[in-house]
Design a protein around this ligand. Structure first.
Ligand SMILES: [Fe+2]
Ligand SMILES: [Fe+2]
Length: 185
């Protein structure tokens, strides 16, 4: 398995969930009552699939190698760019969760924090993914040793098999499809 190609494929699923997140936020803006279960599922997708499953692979298999092997420019790009953006995404999800709780408890003004954090997350991740697809991944493919790329492919293979046994990929793709059915039609 080509690990980097797999990450590009995962971006497509993540971007589809970003579209759902924007649509659900727009419905809230237009006055629809918040569906707490749907928002909880969007947050679960972001944390378990986009962050743990996908960013986890980037951080533990790819970005670490880029910093070790490729020197200054790669280190700067990863440490001050991609990793910072992963963390900003985590903060938006935490604040989204807190805002949802506040609205549930009767704080109507917290609706703006629901929308602000959900939309900011989506916009952050669209840009982040575009940067990885067009710049960071091709840079890694050019700059890493062949042996390192082979190692990444092997590790990805093992990791994916383990996750398949736990039904992770299937579960979150099905969740995405069910939310698309609700929000994107
Ligand atoms: Fe990333
Ligand atoms: Fe990514």
């Amino acid at each position: 398995m080509n690990g980097i190609s797999l990450m590009v494929e995962e971006h497509k699923y993540i971007k589809r969930m970003l579209n759902v997140i924007r649509k659900a936020s727009y419905a809230v803006l237009k006055g629809s009552p918040i569906n707490y279960d749907d928002f909880a599922n969007m947050i679960d997708f972001v944390r378990s699939y986009a962050d743990d499953h996908h960013h986890g692979k980037e951080e533990k298999m790819l970005f670490n190698r880029m910093m070790d092997e490729m020197g200054g420019a790669a280190e700067k790009l990863v440490r001050h760019g991609m990793l910072v953006e992963h963390d900003m995404g985590r903060l938006h999800m935490k604040e989204l969760e807190e805002a949802l709780l506040k609205v549930k408890e009767g704080d109507d003004e917290a609706l703006i924090d629901v929308i602000a954090n959900a939309v900011s997350y989506a916009n952050l991740l669209y840009r982040h993914i575009d940067k990885e697809d067009s710049l960071v991944y091709p840079f890694a493919e050019k700059g890493l040793e062949r042996g390192t790329l082979d190692k990444i492919n092997e590790e990805c293979d093992l990791f994916e098999k383990k996750r398949e046994e736990q039904n992770v990929q299937k579960k979150y793709i099905e969740l995405l499809e069910s939310l698309e059915g609700k929000y994107m039609s």
